[in-house]
Write a protein that binds this ligand. Structure first.
Ligand code: DP6
Length: 363
């Protein structure tokens, strides 16, 4: 699909008002997206596990505006309370997607959103939040255009979510999603995420991700700035090439269930992401001493237990501990005994791979 194919020519139905709710999960990248071009085009392809427990639920209530003027009109509620500080981000999002959803200025929207995880947890809500919002808007478009095909709906929801936050385009479906053009992946695109189209060994089914909340503080450097710094990072080209290579390697790893190679790729990707931060100018470090201690504990335990527990990191200090379902009885007690003590106030989230966003049909 090309960008122009997401611009509707006309709508066949008329709707005055309505309401829609979507629950959309977060995702954790195995091959990382870090570096982008205008507008929201990734410098390299990425692939992620869609999560299940960490999610955003968004309800949009919409009413046709009495006086159609040229402004976007919306209220924003977060956890039931007005949250004006979130509005500029939503406004930018609406401006970016208006071309693809020309009905946006015809309605007043009340957007009510809640997260399943605590706001101050250091868990980024942009992936789940932007995908939930994109799906709600797509649901409204489907009412205006009832013949819309399911495949187009999903693709366009991911396309729109990407314009809100890159990683959000990987949260629409599950349980493994690739975003970004890659020569070995048929159907892959820089414009939207696709369900991973090749064989995935059953060992990756129901994969666990226990998220250790090491530091709940505000990040010193946002992802937006971090992506931007890749333009001048001297290692950027090599890094983008490496991401392509890692995706090629993952094809065999996924098919064969090769957990040793999976660990090597996933941990290397996490450390490379942070190496890119450290080699940017200005440089910055988002890991905390406890992040390093947890990593060392995982390495020690993996060697001693002969399990396949491994870690990955997002753009922060928290550690995602990944392990297969059949090892949970060994790994989870280890996490509770040895790793949870490193968490701020002992806080952690038990999550696992899930199957993407869901519409909530009960009002
Ligand atoms: C480190 O998707 O948050 O989590 O597109 O600017 O919203 P924007 O960035 P964002 O970046 C996520 C970066 C990452 C890696 C990943 O999820 O692939």
């Amino acid at each position: 699909m090309t960008e122009n194919e997401f611009i509707p020519t006309s709508y066949t139905a008329k709707i005055k008002s309505g309401t829609v709710t979507y629950r959309s999960p977060s995702n954790i990248a195995l091959v990382k997206y870090w570096g982008k071009r205008e507008i929201q085009i990734p410098e390299n392809p990425s692939v992620s596990f869609t999560l299940n427990a960490c999610a955003t639920t968004t309800t949009i209530t919409f009413d046709e505006k009495k006086n159609t003027n040229e402004a976007f009109s919306f209220d924003l509620l977060f956890e039931g309370k007005p949250m004006d500080s979130f509005k500029p981000k939503i406004l930018v999002f609406m401006q970016r997607i208006e071309k693809y959803l020309p009905f946006l200025k015809e309605y007043h929207f009340t957007i009510a959103t809640t997260n399943s995880f605590p706001h101050s947890s250091g868990i980024a809500s942009s992936a789940s939040g932007m995908s939930a919002l994109a799906l709600c808007f797509m649901d409204i478009e489907k009412r205006l255009n009832p013949n819309m095909k399911e495949s187009y709906f999903t693709m366009k929801a991911s396309f729109l979510a990407r314009l809100g936050s890159g990683s959000a385009c990987r949260s629409v479906e599950g349980d493994i999603v690739q975003w970004g053009k890659h020569e070995d992946t048929e159907g892959s695109s820089d414009l939207y995420g696709i369900k991973y189209p090749y064989k995935v060994h059953e060992i990756f089914r129901n994969y666990h991700d226990t998220i250790l909340l090491i530091d709940k503080g505000e990040k010193q450097v946002s992802s937006t700035i971090g992506h931007d710094l890749m333009h001048s990072n001297v290692y950027a080209k090599t890094r983008f090439k490496q991401a392509h290579e890692n995706l090629s390697k993952l094809k065999t790893v996924f098919a064969e269930g090769d957990l040793k190679s999976f660990t090597t790729i996933v941990e290397s990707e996490a450390l490379t992401l942070h190496a890119m931060m450290m080699t940017s100018i200005p440089y910055f470090i988002l890991m905390k001493p406890k992040t390093m201690e947890v990593i060392n504990e995982i390495w020690k335990f993996r060697a001693a237990s002969n399990t396949n527990v491994c870690f990955t990191l997002d753009a922060g200090a928290n550690v995602h501990v990944l392990y297969p379902e059949h090892e949970k009885d060994i790994v989870y007690p280890f996490i509770k005994a040895k790793l949870v003590p490193y968490c701020q106030n002992g806080a952690y989230i038990t999550d696992r791979t899930g199957f993407g966003a869901k519409k909530n049909n009960t009002p």
